[in-house]
Design a protein around this ligand. Structure first.
Ligand code: DI6
Ligand code: FE
Length: 390
C-alpha cells in the first residue's frame, strides 16, 4: 500500500519494499526491483500479506494516574455528570491521581496501554499533558511521555495541554490560572525540550477562545505548532481561532459549523475525529463528515485514550467505530490513522505513506483486503510490526 491515490487504498499488488538504515530505499512491483538492490538485499518473502505504513495514534492522553471505572458505574446507575463531579469524579479526579503519582509510576501505568497500541501495529503515538495543572506536574507528565520513547520502539510526539481544565485551587479564576501556571509551565517545558506541539480545550466547561488565544500566542512566540480540542460539546468557534494560528489540527468537532469547515480548508488543517469519545459519552451530534469530505478537509482518527471520555486503547476498534458511527469508508478510516494522522502531527514528510525516503515504519497484516482492518470488531490480524527496519 503506497502513495498512489488513483488506485483504491493505493494498493501496489505484487510489490516489494527495500529498507536500509531505518528508511524506505525502494518500493515498487516485485518484478521491477532494481538489480543493484536485489543483489545486496536480505530477502524476506511475506507471501500474500498486506503491508501498510505503521499506524499513528495522533491524539491520546495515554499518560495519566488512576482510572474512572467507579464513575462509569455511577453513570450507569443514572448519576448525572454534575452528580459525578460533585462526588469528586471527572477530569479533576484524574488530576488528583496524576498529581499523587511519581514520574516513574506514570510511566509504569502507561506502558500496558502503549504496549496494546504497539501490538496493533502502531509506530507513532501522540501523548498530551493536561492532568497535572501545576508547573511541576505538567512537566512530570511530559517527562514521562519522553521516557516511554526510550523504553519502547515507538515514536512519541508530545503536546502540552496545560489548558485542559481549571484546577480546583483556581476555581472561577481561569485567567489567573493561565497567567500563573499554564503559560509559565509551557515556557519551562519548551525550554526543557519536552514539547512538540501545544493543545488547548476550548469549551464552556474549560477555556474560552480568548484564554486559548493567550496560550496560542505564547506557543507562537516559542516557535511551537498548535492544535485544539474544539466544538466537542458546543460551537465556540475554537476551530476558526486555531486556523488563524495555522494550527496542525482541530479535534473532536461534533459541533463544527460551515465557517469552521471553510477555515480548516483555507488554512490546511486536519480534522481529527474521535469516535471513542462520541461513543462513550453517547453523544447524539455527529461531526460534519460529509461537509468535511466534500470540502476536501483531510480527516484523521485517533483513540483519544483517556480515563474518562474515551478509555479506548485500540486503534483498530477506532477504525470500526468511525465507519459504523461516522460513516467513514474503510479506505478513509485507514488513511485517517496513517497519512492524515501523520499530517495532524506535522510528520507528513517522513511518516504516513510507503514512499522512498520515508521512515521504514511498517505493519504487516494477515488479511485478504484492507477493508478487513475496519470491518472486524475486537480482532487483531497483525503479523509483524517493523519500526525503522528494526
Ligand atoms: N475532551 C475530552 O473528552 C477529554 N478531554 C477533553 O478535552 C475528557 C478527559 C477526561 O474525561 O478525563
Ligand atoms: Fe482529548
Amino acid at each position: 500500500m503506497a502513495e498512489n491515490s488513483s488506485v483504491p487504498y493505493g494498493l501496489l499488488g505484487e510489490a516489494a519494499i527495500a529498507t536500509h538504515e531505518g528508511r524506505i530505499e525502494w518500493i515498487g512491483k516485485t518484478d521491477e526491483v532494481p538489480s543493484e538492490i536485489r543483489e545486496k538485499a536480505e530477502l524476506e518473502d511475506l507471501g500474500n500479506k498486506l503491508v501498510t505504513p505503521g499506524l499513528i495514534d495522533c491524539h491520546t492522553h495515554l499518560v495519566h494516574g488512576g482510572n474512572r471505572a467507579r464513575e462509569f458505574e455511577m453513570r450507569l446507575e443514572g448519576a448525572s455528570y454534575e452528580e459525578v463531579a460533585r462526588a469528586g469524579g471527572g477530569i479533576l479526579s484524574t488530576v488528583r491521581h496524576t498529581r499523587s503519582r511519581s514520574e516513574e509510576e506514570l510511566v509504569l501505568s502507561a506502558l500496558p496501554r502503549l504496549d496494546h497500541l504497539i501490538s496493533e501495529g502502531v509506530t507513532t503515538v501522540e501523548i498530551k499533558s493536561g492532568y497535572g495543572l501545576t508547573i511541576g506536574d505538567e512537566l512530570k507528565m511530559l517527562r514521562a511521555a519522553r521516557q516511554l520513547e526510550r523504553l519502547r520502539k515507538v515514536r512519541i510526539k508530545t503536546s502540552y495541554l496545560g489548558a485542559h481544565a481549571i484546577p480546583a485551587e483556581y476555581s472561577n479564576k481561569a485567567d489567573d490560572y493561565i497567567s500563573e501556571v499554564c503559560l509559565p509551565a509551557l515556557e519551562q517545558a519548551a525550554a526543557e525540550g519536552l514539547v512538540d506541539a501545544v493543545d488547548a480545550f476550548c469549551e464552556g466547561i474549560a477555556f474560552s477562545p480568548d484564554q486559548v488565544k493567550r496560550v496560542f500566542e505564547c506557543a507562537r512566540e516559542l516557535g511551537l505548532p498548535v492544535k485544539i480540542h474544539a466544538e466537542q460539546l458546543s460551537d465556540l468557534k475554537g476551530t476558526v481561532l486555531a486556523s488563524s494560528f495555522n494550527a496542525l489540527s482541530a479535534d473532536h468537532l461534533e459541533y463544527l459549523q460551515a465557517d469552521g469547515v471553510q477555515a480548516m480548508k483555507e488554512s490546511g488543517m486536519v480534522a481529527v475525529l474521535l469516535p471513542g469519545a462520541f461513543y462513550t459519552l453517547r453523544e447524539k451530534q455527529l461531526p460534519p463528515v460529509e461537509e468535511l469530505r466534500a470540502t476536501g478537509v483531510p480527516m484523521a482518527l485517533a483513540t483519544d485514550c483517556n480515563p474518562g471520555s474515551s478509555p479506548l486503547t485500540s486503534l483498530l476498534l477506532t477504525l470500526n467505530m468511525a465507519c459504523t458511527l461516522f460513516r467513514f469508508t474503510p479506505e478513509e478510516a485507514l488513511s485517517g490513522i496513517t497519512r492524515h494522522a501523520a499530517d495532524a502531527l506535522g510528520l507528513g514528510e517522513t511518516e504516513g505513506t510507503l514512499e522512498t525516503g520515508k521512515t521504514a515504519n511498517l505493519a504487516i497484516w494477515d488479511v485478504e483486503h484492507p477493508s478487513e482492518l475496519a470491518y472486524r470488531i475486537g480482532f487483531n490480524p497483525l503479523i509483524k510490526r517493523v519500526y525503522g527496519d528494526a
